[in-house]
Design a protein around this ligand. Structure first.
Ligand code: URA
Length: 299
């Protein structure tokens, strides 16, 4: 039997493979206003808040944990005692420089970035995958071992689940979707295992993501997991992911849906159905936005 792409049967099979049922579909109409949370602070405010947060956090830490990004101007950055393992060969690009870059410049800047200590241990930076004018932007936490080796986000088991989730939404990586992370270099702990990025690392890397968003202008952002959600929404890291689901947020004037990280879903498959609800909410809202944009273009 041939199953057409986008057909309800194919979606049902994909959802079944994800362990989700019964199938329910996005209604594809405008989003009720009460489901939309107010916008997060604008980008300029975001950047300066982040810098402050970064300074604050750096000031309280052992300087040996950090590289010396002069553009962040922290106490640690001015320290003479930065370890040689983290020494920075060229001066890190500033937020202002990043905010002026085009797509190619951004790729080059990320590939050689020295804005935080993660540059010392990475194999490859992970810019993201997809088109520069994608409608959807999926944002994870940071590269893991496989991604660090291959230079592409979500290539391990969590990536396979993400691909299945996107397929159920009639999407494939590289088409109308762009996938990236809050940080572009792999964070590891003292024993070399993957870990979540610190707020300081996220703060140092976020201007790149902000520029990616500004250049790409996606219609819908999807935060995969708590790190992505709290970093983008500037929330207390202790905020629970559960409290952010079920409504759309706004980031830099764009709708932002929050759902579970695929790696979490691999450990807690019973939450896959909730994740599918989040994605349906995003699909519904994006369809409404696209329809409005088409209407505006026609009139
Ligand atoms: N987890 C993430 O958050 N991002 C990746 O790229 C891979 C795993």
């Amino acid at each position: 039997m041939t199953i057409r792409e986008g057909s309800p049967t194919r979606r049902a099979l994909l959802l079944d493979e994800m362990g989700i049922g019964p199938v329910w579909h996005a209604r594809r109409q405008g989003m009720p206003a009460e489901l939309v949370a107010p916008d997060a602070p604008d980008v300029a405010a975001d950047v300066s808040a982040l810098q402050n947060a970064t300074h604050h956090e750096l000031a309280g830490k052992n300087p040996s944990e950090f590289a010396t990004p002069s553009s962040l101007g922290s106490t640690a950055a001015n320290s003479e005692s930065a370890p040689s393992a983290l020494s920075v060969e060229s001066s890190p690009v500033s937020n202002e420089e990043i905010a002026r870059m085009d797509w190619t410049e951004l790729q080059a800047a990320i590939a050689t970035c020295t804005r935080c200590a993660l540059c010392a241990s990475r194999t490859r930076t992970v810019f993201g995958v997809g088109g520069a004018s994608a409608d959807w932007l999926f944002i994870g936490e940071g590269p893991g071992t496989n991604e660090d080796r291959q230079g592409e986000p979500f290539v391990g088991p969590a990536g396979k689940l993400l691909d299945n989730m996107m397929a159920a939404m009639d999407m494939r990586r590289g088409e109308k979707v762009f996938i990236t992370n809050i940080v572009k270099c792999r964070p590891t702990d003292a024993s070399g295992k993957d870990r979540a990025p610190t707020s300081a690392e996220a703060g140092a890397c976020l201007p790149y993501l902000e520029r990616q968003i500004a250049l790409m202008q996606p219609r819908m952002l999807v935060a995969l997991g708590k790190t992505a959600a709290v970093s983008l929404l500037r929330l207390d890291p202790a905020t629970s992911l559960g409290s952010l689901r079920g409504r759309l947020h706004r980031h830099a004037g764009r709708p932002l849906a929050v759902t579970y990280h695929p790696a979490y879903l691999l450990r807690m498959p019973r939450d896959k159905a909730k994740s599918w609800q989040d994605l349906c909410l995003a699909l519904e809202a994006e369809a409404g936005i696209a329809a409005n944009a088409d209407g505006d273009a026609d009139s």
